[in-house]
Design a protein around this ligand. Sequence first.
Ligand code: ADP
Ligand code: MG
Length: 379
Amino acid sequence: MPQAAGAEEETNVRVAARVRPLLARDTAQNYCSCITAQPGTNQLVVGTRRGFTFDLVFDTDASQSSVYVGCVSQLLEGSMQGYNATVLAYGQTGSGKTHTMGTGQPVPEGSDEEGIVPKVIRNSFHHIEKHKGSVDFKVSCCYLEIYNEDIRDLLQPGGHKGHIAIREDATGGIKVTGIHAETCSSAEEMFRCLSDGSVQRTTGATLMNEQSSRSHSIFTLILEQRRRLTNGGGEGSEEDYVTAKFHLVDLAGSERAKRTGAVGSRFKESVAINSGLLALGNVISALGDPAKRGSHVPYRESKLTRLLQDSLGGNSRTVMIACVSCADIDFEETLNTLKYAHRARNIKNKPVVNHDPRTAQLAAMQDEIDALREQLQRA
Ligand code: ADP
Ligand code: MG
């Protein structure tokens, strides 16, 4: 674990549910809504079955801004203090994950259609602009896609797959090596990374048979800050170095993908679950199920769970947004999504401020010296 500034806090993964309205294609087929949000509560009732309670519920008329304010703005404030953060969008294809994350087609600046990722980018640079007199910031981003257990770097030409590896750093945090991190000096530069990477993702999709609904994408902002500790300047003045990673994840569609059967059963359709989501479900069970507490957590079952190890049960503040369609045709998938996401509410994370280990060690030594000095004075 990175060095903590103070006591380690424990905080649950927050889970929000967002219901997308009926689309024209739903009404054209006479589909009806099968979800009711209970006013004044955070409860969703699907059909006539029991309700699900979440930390936050966004009904069909919720704006993109209300989702951002409810789920994300606090995370960004934390990142500016040095806490890692993660937002995961989960749900079946067509339920509004990409709409919510804002990683699809760019929308005009300031439009309420703007999703989470562009808002995080814009607000990060606003913050930097406001504090640039007293703090030196470095902001960079990475953009990855995981498809069939392959990691593609969306910021490199052709989605370069090279020698990408997932490792633990000296502090036990997860880091990915062999990928490009683009340093950006303005929101516009980072928007370019987002749109170039998103284009790479969709280009792959048309070539590789609906890849985008079967792949996970992870856009990561890396925020580094050097703050001069006011010590009169000159000799003896110190710097505090704080860093945070903000992962923004658009997960693969959670529906079971129909696949044409293999040789010998050519016309039989089999049903396959995305391996990353299967592993993610196992990690959620191991961490969230009170009966399994303390048992082995199978992070290494997939690239996705290994990459998100800090986000689930580790050093991050994490929000999962379960996206569901209100259409009755999607009833079963909606129920599956809500059940899956609901279990994540039990996961406990341990976020800490990520100081430079050397700075933190020095601070700890200084504390010790102070304590010893006090003891001496009392003796
Ligand atoms: P996913 O990424 O989960 O496959 P999308 O984000 O692409 O789903 O959404 C599918 C369609 O539904 C898109 O046309 C999108 O614009 C629309 N949509 C999704 N969520 C909403 C919402 N909350 N309000 C209005 N339209 C939405
Ligand atoms: Mg999508």
